[in-house]
Design a protein around this ligand. Structure first.
Ligand SMILES: Cc1cc2nc3c(=O)[nH]c(=O)nc-3n(C[C@H](O)[C@H](O)[C@H](O)COP(=O)(O)OP(=O)(O)OC[C@H]3O[C@@H](n4cnc5c(N)ncnc54)[C@H](O)[C@@H]3O)c2cc1C
Length: 323
């Protein structure tokens, strides 16, 4: 979020805290305080919200727009702001395409990775911060907190990776490998040196009784077992092969991903109304004067940390001026 947005909320009594250097959350750890703040502003400004009002169609008529409302007839306005959010399917955007807008095909973004039946899911709740994750064969790589869940992996490292790779992952039908670097150390030689130091420092100690890389203990034991390292050995007895395995489990620990967050649980949609069809000074359509666009309906999707809200609020603010 921008400083302006933070100040806006704070001046209305909402206390915010920054987590992981970027993400901003209400101090109350409850989104209701944000909703309450926005609703109170809406009331203060005398804005009417009409609930249960489904717009079935919008068609330009002369210099106006005719809105067909399900079960409630038609109304005409001279200007309309379209703020209908991300549409998971092209069909949800077809009416805008029919009006002449270029539409970037929608695909889900900010999603978590499923790893059905993978034993790692038994570690649900384990967090490593930071870890980095890459998808071999692509340039996709990201880092941040990584959370093991009962279905696979999540957390900002995974969500950000899915955002940058939304189209690539869709093309792979959400079947791919990931390599986890649990120490978020990009240089393999540095990890190798750390492992050598661990061997030198812990020489006669049993491997199972030491955790020299400060990983959550359950994860450390899991990784040792996954790579079939005999935990009854002493560090000094690891040998070259054992040392290589420890480097591997820390540096490029491989998992198969099969599937993503369930449909509609993705946080955001990549794609939408093409930015080339929008005047960003006003958010007005270049194709259909008098029609304005805001938020996730546009071909904008941000990473985690409030960037999607920021995009929705900023574009909404500009469009709301109806220049
Ligand atoms: C689970 C989840 C968690 C998220 N967490 C974050 C986060 O932490 N940070 C962040 O930045 N973003 C987050 N997002 C994304 C963020 O919520 C959206 O990007 C943002 O709300 C988009 O705002 P919008 O106004 O464009 O659309 P929306 O908030 O989707 O609002 C669109 C509205 O239009 C209405 N509508 C649609 N079609 C019609 C129609 N035909 N007639 C009448 N009404 C219609 C819908 O009912 C809806 O109320 C999250 C999203 C999800 C799903």
């Amino acid at each position: 979020m921008t400083t302006d947005t933070v100040e806006w909320f704070e001046s209305r009594g909402v206390e915010l805290v920054t987590q992981d250097d970027r993400c901003i959350f209400p101090k109350a750890q409850n989104s209701q305080v944000i909703i309450d703040c926005l609703m109170s502003e809406i009331h203060a400004l005398g804005i009417t919200i009409k609930l249960q009002t489904h717009i079935e169609n919008i068609s330009p008529v002369n210099d106006s727009f005719k809105l067909s409302i399900k079960g409630k007839g038609e109304v005409t306005y001279d200007k309309v702001i379209i703020a209908t959010g991300g549409q998971p399917k092209m069909s949800g955007l077809q009416w805008l395409a029919d009006l002449g807008h270029k539409i970037e095909p929608p695909v889900p973004s900010l999603l978590t990775f499923n790893m059905p039946k993978n034993p790692v899911t038994e570690l649900m709740g384990v967090v490593v911060n930071p870890a980095s994750v890459k998808i071999p064969g692509t340039k996709l790589q990201d880092d941040g907190p990584l959370l093991v869940t009962h279905w696979g992996m999540s957390g900002p490292a995974i969500l950000k990776l899915s955002a940058w790779g939304a189209r690539v992952l869709e093309a792979k039908n959400y079947q791919f490998k990931i390599l986890v670097n649990w120490l978020n150390q990009k240089n393999e030689d540095v990890i190798r040196t750390q492992v050598t130091e661990a061997i030198d420092t812990n020489g006669n100690k049993m491997i199972r009784n030491t955790n020299p890389f400060n990983l959550p203990n359950r994860l450390w034991i899991f990784l040792l077992n996954k790579y079939e390292i005999n935990t009854e050995l002493r560090w000094i007895e690891l040998g070259k092969k054992g040392k290589n395995k420890i480097v591997q489990l820390l540096y490029i620990d491989e998992y198969e991903v099969s599937g993503k967050t369930t449909f509609k649980e993705e946080f955001v949609t990549c794609g939408g109304v093409s930015l080339s069809d929008v005047n960003f000074k006003t958010m007005e359509s270049k194709v259909c004067p008098g029609m304005y666009f805001t938020g996730e309906l546009l071909d904008i999707d941000g990473i985690t940390g409030g960037f999607n809200f920021q995009a929705a609020w900023t574009t909404g603010f500009i469009a709301g001026k109806l220049n």
